[in-house]
Design a protein around this ligand. Structure first.
Ligand code: UDP
Length: 498
């Protein structure tokens, strides 16, 4: 008899930054385990995903009904990509209305499988409510965090305590009451939504409902590595009293990345040729991720720093804050006079989208000036590239703190979208990391240690499994054991005629 495959239901929040790590996890599970996967999302996102799945994938894409116009959002806004930042919170709030439809959808799956439940539901950090739906249906539930544990621990702690509101107005530093290990924070290390939060604003109200729901989950999967992210992992073990499974890094392969990325400003081949022409460890790569940009004056100062540093660089440029991010980049308007001419031999400006992993994996790349979104961080560390941190939003400020203070693989350059930036300071920081300074050497030594930790965590040999492979085993064992327990209970109830 052919044994039926266990089914896993996966449900990310409707934003590329969430859908992509979930897709990476789904493909990773598909390749390494014999499970079938149902990937749930709203119709427009499912439509887009159809083009992103490799042709031989057996992942089932399943629509959950959603109409943005019912939630005071512009029509067809089913993804943060399609929304200005100010409306993201509206989409988050609207997503809580999916609860009854999600419960029905999972019940339908159970019904179609003649009462057999999915092995587990893996759902988003913004969908805390799915944990109680899973409980009601007797299904194992895990949250999957595309962020690292330290960054998310700070995020969880700040939202649940708003500690910056409890300090005197002339003090600017605070500690997290339930995460003292993370030492001091400065108010400038908070993203705008947190800084402005007073407990009654929309973000606070949303998080006050969402985060406490996590305790109903059976555990949290993290896209991180156990050995370097202990502090954050311990925080969640303590806070939620549940297992945490550091299974990372789970990233899309180059082939699959090409399908989900945006239209590129240059081809990977052109980029490679350009990098091939540069000496080993000589290029600084600069990018602020998939959705962020800096302000006009910051852009000017960064350009001046690149001009005066004399270093080779690749810079992914987007129109500054206040201009349509998808419009044409105007070097005449936003960069110093004759900038492109002056740097033409050693600088490459890429509009919109660069082949980031190809760049980070090239031997000519020496350092990465990044907003420190967690995917970018993992992609840098896995290739042993040290970071210059310039956080923009969300938990990125905490990632920079973690990378600088705990791992020693990063130097902070600037903070946020409004801070004043001086080109002299940027040059100093670039030199600190890229030059043969004591600090530069130390950072490179540490980043190679971290690279090795990541490689060890990913070893997948029968007799010698790395921590991330073991964590994935533990996660599935926990799900299987709960399912067996549920089946036993059901059988006993049936026997007793309950
Ligand atoms: N990325 C890319 N080219 C770009 C900008 C971003 O390939 O020009 C990819 C990058 O490799 C990473 C993702 O987009 O996988 C960005 O994710 P991250 O978590 O770093 O930041 P976010 O975009 O979510 O702020």
């Amino acid at each position: 008899m052919v044994q039926k495959k266990e089914n896993i239901v996966m449900f990310p929040f409707m934003a590329q930054g969430h859908i992509i790590p979930f897709l990476a996890l789904a493909l990773h599970i598909e390749q390494t385990r014999n499970y079938s996967i149902t990937f749930v999302n709203t119709p427009l996102n499912i439509n887009k995903l159809k083009q992103s799945l490799p042709p031989n994938s057996s992942i089932t894409l399943l629509e959950i009904a959603f109409d943005s116009s019912d939630h005071d959002l512009p029509p067809n806004s089913e993804n943060c990509d399609a929304l200005p930042y100010s409306l993201v919170i509206k989409l988050l709030k609207a997503s809580t209305s999916l609860r009854p439809a999600f419960k029905e959808l999972v019940s339908d799956i159970i019904c179609k499988c003649h009462g057999e439940r999915p092995l587990c539901i893996i759902s988003d950090i913004f969908f805390g409510w799915t944990a109680s739906v899973a409980r009601e249906l007797g299904v194992f539930h895990a949250i999957f965090s595309g962020s690292g544990a330290y960054g998310l621990a700070c995020y969880y702690s700040v939202w649940t305590h708003l500690p910056h509101n409890k300090i005197d107005s002339d003090h600017h530093e605070f500690v997290l009451p339930d995460f003292e290990e993370a030492s001091k924070f400065h108010v400038t290390q908070l993203p705008l939504s947190m800084l402005e939060a007073d407990g009654t604003d929309s973000w606070s109200v949303f998080q006050c409902q969402n985060l406490p729901e996590w305790v109903n989950s059976n555990g949290v999967l993290f896209n991180t590595v156990e050995v370097f992210d202990q502090l954050g992992l311990m925080y969640f073990k303590r806070k939620l009293v549940c297992p945490v499974w550091p299974v990372g890094p789970v990233l899309l392969s180059l082939k699959n990345r090409a399908k989900v990325g945006k239209e590129g400003g240059v081809s990977p081949e052109f980029c490679k040729e350009w990098l091939d022409s540069k000496p080993v460890n000589s290029v600084l790569y600069i990018s602020f991720g998939s959705m962020n940009t800096i302000n006009k004056s910051q852009m000017m100062q960064l350009a001046m720093a690149l001009e005066s540093s004399g270093r080779n660089f690749i810079w992914v440029v987007r129109p500054p804050i206040g201009f349509d991010i998808n419009s044409e980049f105007s070097a005449n308007e936003w960069l110093p006079d004759r900038f492109e001419e002056k740097i033409s031999n050693r600088g490459l400006l890429i509009q919109k989208w660069a082949p980031q992993v190809e760049i980070l994996s090239h031997k000519a790349t020496s350092a990465f000036l990044s907003h420190c979104g967690w995917n970018s961080v993992l992609e840098a560390l896995i290739h042993g590239v040290p970071l210059l941190g310039w956080a923009m939003a969300a938990e990125q400020f905490f990632n920079v703190k973690f990378l600088e203070e705990e791992l020693g693989v990063c130097v902070e350059v600037a903070r946020g979208k409004t801070c004043e930036v001086r080109h002299e300071t940027v040059v100093e920081k670039i030199e600190l990391v890229m030059n043969e300074t004591e600090k530069g050497k130390e950072i490179r030594r540490k980043v190679f240690e971290v690279k090795e930790m990541i490689e060890n965590a990913m070893i997948d040999e029968e007799e010698n499994k790395g921590s991330s492979v073991k964590a994935m085993d533990d996660f599935f064992n926990a799900a299987i054991s709960m399912k067996e327990k549920m089946i036993k209970i059901k059988r006993e109830e049936d026997n007793n005629g309950i």
